[in-house]
Design a protein around this ligand. Structure first.
Ligand code: HEM
Length: 131
């Protein structure tokens, strides 16, 4: 079984000389890789102690870049240890969800009166024989 890294541990390794990165539910030690990163060290340092999945994916990293992760793996992230996964995008996610809720409400707004209208005509049809 691979090692479980808690949020506390992830946070404890969030400086330039000792840096863990959380990506796709796994924790990677990027300390030695910082100087080699083609995208510079700042971008990785900025993701220290948080979920870098979205930042990493947004760049459209190559398969070679993904393959490099294998050598840096420390272990699995302990999802129950505190960090709300994808913390960087938490608010964006929340607003997307709010958007979906609004969309659902507006669908209902049309659906309910239409159903009522349909029911009314059905009732008329059955009681009077015409619409
Ligand atoms: C340990 C994790 C990472 C590895 C192994 C990695 C690896 C690489 C590699 C190999 C490239 C060259 C292009 C490619 O092959 O896709 C690259 C480019 C780049 N990476 Fe990463 N990367 C990591 C994390 C990140 C993170 C967290 C960010 C945050 C935004 C980032 C931002 C970038 C950017 C902006 C470039 C483009 C550089 C350019 O073309 O000028 N990388 N990365």
């Amino acid at each position: 079984m691979s090692k479980l890294i808690t949020y506390e541990e992830l946070k404890a390794h969030s400086n330039k000389d000792d840096l863990y990165m959380l990506f796709d539910g796994k924790v990677y030690d990027c300390t030695k890789f910082l100087d080699e990163h083609p995208g510079g060290d700042e971008v990785i340092i900025a993701e220290a102690g948080r979920d870098a999945t979205e930042a990493f994916e947004d760049v459209g990293h190559s398969d070679e870049a993904r393959a490099m992760l294998v050598d840096l793996l420390v272990g699995d992230f302990d999802k129950d240890s505190g960090l709300n996964m994808k913390s960087g995008s938490g608010s964006a996610q929340a607003s997307r969800m709010a958007g979906a809720a609004v969309e659902q409400t507006s669908n209902l707004m049309y659906f309910v009166p239409l159903m009522a209208l349909g029911a009314y005509f059905a009732w008329r049809y059955y009681t009077t024989g015409s619409v």
